[in-house]
Design a protein around this ligand. Structure first.
Ligand code: MEV
Length: 306
């Protein structure tokens, strides 16, 4: 049996969320990581086979790897010894692109291993295990939205609040094709913040204010306003130094093709741009413009009566 987990899109508030500001994120259910377990012979121990990477990890040989840390935590929860089994892993989520690939792959592994051991884990437990397995100082937004698979209003350290938008929101992601490290980007912001805390706390507060406005606009179904706020969030992300010229190019392509708003999503420094479009027709037009310019586009939607 297969266990899967979705990617994620941050609509508002990335980076500032690390400093206590709210963020809004939605799952990317069309792109998923999947894991399944095959029992193996006695003495083989637990092997995690990341098939896309052609990589085989063992708990003993790679104890610090995030997948091993997650698997160990599941074994501890289940009170089970290391089984003789291979966890196979595949993912359709581009890695290092700000789409939650790391959280989704860990989540799929946890679910597949728990089921193999005959243990049930709640979404909250999976989210906590995946958070502990992540390196660096993540805010917890990725594991939360991925493990719960619902739009969330998120403040670090507080229980995630499911987020509902009465209007159907159509999104297009455009991939710059540039891989970026979350750890390095978060560390860069930390360095600039620590060099001038008052300035950066001001930027983060401005981002927090527009995330709150965005929540109100989403609840009212004012999508044109949501788009404007995405544009404003993008500018502030450029200001704190996590932009990239390729991201600006994708944002311009999306806006020129009629998007209501567009911004980088996730860590930045490359990775993905997210655009809000006018309905499904607008979504097709923006996706086409990105594809014609040579970029990979992904379409997703949330909210409304599905
Ligand atoms: C990464 O998807 C989002 C960041 O805000 C980092 C984090 O929240 O841990 C950049």
């Amino acid at each position: 049996m297969e266990f899967t987990a979705p990617g994620k899109v941050i609509l508002f508030g990335e980076h500032a969320v690390v400093y206590g500001q709210p963020a809004i994120a939605v799952p990317l259910s069309e792109l998923r990581a999947r894991a399944w377990v095959e029992p193996t012979r006695d003495g083989a121990g637990l092997v995690i086979h990341a098939r896309d990477l052609g990589q085989r990890l063992t708990l003993g040989g790679d104890p610090a790897h995030q997948f091993s840390v997650a698997a160990q935590a599941v074994l501890a929860r289940a009170g089970a010894p290391e089984p003789n089994a291979t966890i196979n892993l595949e993912s359709a989520i581009p890695s290092a692109a700000g789409m939650g690939s790391s959280a989704a792959t860990s989540t799929a592994i946890c679910r597949a291993l728990a089921a193999h051991l005959g243990t049930e884990l709640s979404a909250n437990t999976v989210s906590n295990i995946v958070f502990q397995a992540e390196r660096g100082t993540p805010s917890g937004i990725d594991n939360t939205v991925v493990a719960h698979e619902e739009p969330v209003w998120f403040i670090s350290g507080k229980p995630p609040r499911p987020f509902r938008s009465p209007a159907r929101c159509h999104l297009v992601l455009g991939n710059t094709g540039i891989a970026a490290s979350t750890g390095e980007l978060v560390a860069g912001v930390r360095k600039r913040h620590d060099a001038d805390p008052r300035l950066y706390d001001g930027y983060f507060a401005a981002i927090g204010a527009l995330v709150r406005d965005a929540r109100a606009a989403l609840k009212e179904g004012e999508l044109a306003r949501v788009g404007e706020l995405m544009d404003a969030n993008h500018e502030l992300l450029n200001t704190i130094g996590v932009g990239h010229s390729r991201l600006d190019e994708l944002v311009t392509i999306a806006r020129d093709a009629g998007a209501l708003g567009a911004k980088l999503t996730g860590k930045g420094g490359g990775g993905n741009m997210v655009a809000l479009t006018e309905g499904a027709d607008g979504q097709a037009a923006v996706a086409q413009a990105l594809t014609e310019a040579g970029y990979t586009a992904y379409e997703t939607a949330f909210g409304g009566a599905t």
